[in-house]
Design a protein around this ligand. Structure first.
Ligand SMILES: Nc1ncnc2c1ncn2[C@@H]1O[C@H](COP(=O)(O)OP(=O)(O)OP(=O)(O)O)[C@@H](O)[C@H]1O
Ligand SMILES: [Mg+2]
Length: 209
């Protein structure tokens, strides 16, 4: 499902990913740990088709072109990007999904209680208020967005970092239920979030150990 062959990536002249190879089978759950600044988010962006490898090949779900890869993966980035649109549009990103699907991901991302308190509910316009959301609210919208896109590959970069421990546990459990048959790559500093995973790597000096 995911194959990296001799992948190298640098910012300016600073090499972050060094001749890295990795093969992930359909349905595998892969954890990536490593020190702050070791390149975990950079690696995830390569897997998400947001960056192009300097050399080597990145293949995700049969695609090798970054733009095609990005259409085939669902991603929760470390700092979620919200758009000046309604909560609904931030979740669906302009695509048409059945209402039942949107309702399901709102529940799974544990957004229901908060959204019920808003007079316009899911239609609440974030607009200039995107900044007023708590980090956890923004993160849960990003999680709902990724689940709604429903790709075979789910990439998670510290998806629960802004949630309190109870919410984080419940959201991560919901993600794992949802992703039971999907291929997951999950970057985190918290080993307890990777229980039951197929393999856990540490990224160090641009290589996976
Ligand atoms: N856009 C960029 N331009 C230049 N350097 C960058 C850029 N993004 C990240 N870096 C640098 O590349 C290195 C790896 O960054 P990255 O964000 O991938 O680390 P990380 O492992 O995700 O860290 P953290 O655990 O803190 O999220 C860091 O030294 C960082 O400063
Ligand atoms: Mg990071």
């Amino acid at each position: 499902m995911i194959d990296l062959k001799n992948v190298t990536f640098s910012y300016d002249n600073k090499m972050i990913i060094n001749n890295l190879s990795l093969n992930i089978k359909k349905g595998d759950k892969i954890g990536i740990m490593g020190e702050s600044g070791s390149g975990k988010s950079t690696l995830l962006k390569l897997l998400a088709g947001l960056y192009r490898a300097e050399s080597g090949t990145v293949t995700v779900d049969g695609e090798t072109e970054p733009e095609a890869i990005s259409r085939k993966v669902s991603v929760v980035m470390q700092s979620p990007m919200l758009l000046p649109l309604s909560i609904y549009d931030n979740i669906t990103m302009g695509h048409k999904y059945p209402d039942s699907q949107v309702e399901r991901v709102v529940k799974m991302a544990r957004l229901s209680n908060w959204i019920e308190t808003l007079p316009d509910g899911l239609n609440t316009y974030l607009g200039d208020r995107a900044d007023e959301l708590s980090g956890g609210q923004a993160q849960r919208i990003a999680i709902a967005r990724a689940m709604c896109k429903d790709s075979e590959v789910l990439l998670l970069d510290e998806p629960a970092s802004a949630l309190d421990s109870e919410n984080s546990k419940s959201v991560l459990e919901a993600i794992m239920d949802y992703a039971a048959d999907k291929t997951v790559v999950h970057v985190t500093h918290q080993a307890q979030h990777l229980e039951g995973y197929t393999r856990i790597y540490s990224l160090r000096d641009g290589e996976l150990i």
